[in-house]
Design a protein around this ligand. Structure first.
Ligand SMILES: [Zn+2]
Length: 283
């Protein structure tokens, strides 16, 4: 299935306790768009809010009516990226006094009056119990939410269906990310509800695939450095030989995130150079 699937349903009831409304923001980074989820039997909790696309509010209203629901009881957010919290102002305009929560962590600017959610926080809805799980790596403020009644997890951008997760240079951290994947693995969930793409029925298999993919890249990078110090572009040339050139800049970011992780683990070190890319070597 294509990552940007034009036939991805705008709304869906994916389980007795979980409804899904698409954020209507398709793209390279978001696939079919950002998923927002409505959890519970009545007065559902809304998990993420999309990017703030105006038509989303109509989709959401239509779906609430279809389910015989008046409004969400509250909003919980996975992280600060705009395609997850951009819908908060529209929602508050429509539903006065709607409580909104997220982990507040290194946030430069957030809408007013957002409650702080911490690792382990329990959020009770109508027939649903969510537990916040701190999972940094893609973003330093990222929470996944474990749904007790289904032994399922809402992974936000930590695990996606149909693409790999980006580790942004400024706020991302691959070592944290690998630890977050390990934490998710240990939950032993059945289903994964990702922020982008369809429901994943075999959660453990996808998490294992994500971990293996990163470990494979790491082995490849270490192998290149085994031949002597190299710059990031030189590493990309070797490791991503099969990938088209126009994607090499993005691949360079991925290699940089690996080198940062390996440096934190004391396995490689950087030799900065003036007016040239740093060279990296094994310790
Ligand atoms: Zn994100």
């Amino acid at each position: 299935m294509a990552w940007i699937d034009p036939n991805f349903p705008k709304t869906a009831t994916v389980s007795a306790l979980v409804g899904r409304v698409l954020g209507l923001n398709p793209g390279m980074m978001t696939g079919p768009g950002t998923n927002t989820y409505l959890l519970g039997r009545r007065d559902p909790i809304l998990l993420d809010t999309g990017a703030g696309i105006p038509e989303y509010m109509n989709e959401l209203a239509g779906y609430l009516t279809e389910r015989g629901w008046k409004q969400p009881s509250r909003v919980v957010l996975t992280h600060r990226h705009r395609d997850h919290l951009g819908g908060v102002p529209h929602l508050r305009e429509r539903f006065r006094g709607l409580p909104v929560g997220k982990m507040i962590h290194r946030d430069a600017e957030l809408p007013e009056g957002i409650a702080d959610l911490r690792d382990g926080a329990t959020i009770e809805g109508d027939g649903v119990t969510l537990r916040a799980i701190y999972t940094p790596g893609h973003a330093s403020d990222h929470l996944c939410y474990y749904l007790e009644e289904e032994n399922a997890v809402f992974t936000g951008d930590v695990v996606l269906a149909g693409s790999t997760t980006v580790i942004p240079a400024e706020d991302g951290d691959l070592l944290d990310y690998m630890r977050s994947l390990e934490r998710l693995r240990q939950l032993g969930v059945r289903r994964i509800y990702p922020a982008h793409g369809p429901v994943v029925e075999d959660g453990p298999a996808l998490i294992a695939e994500y971990i293996e993919h990163r470990l494979l890249r790491e082995r490849q990078i270490l192998e290149v450095l085994g031949d002597g110090p190299r710059t990031i572009p030189a590493i990309v040339e070797r490791v991503y030989a099969a990938v088209p050139k126009h994607l090499h800049a993005m691949a360079g970011q991925s290699v940089a995130s690996h080198l940062k992780k390996l440096a934190r683990e004391g396995r490689v070190r950087e030799h900065p150079a003036t007016d040239a890319p740093s060279r990296w070597e094994l310790v």
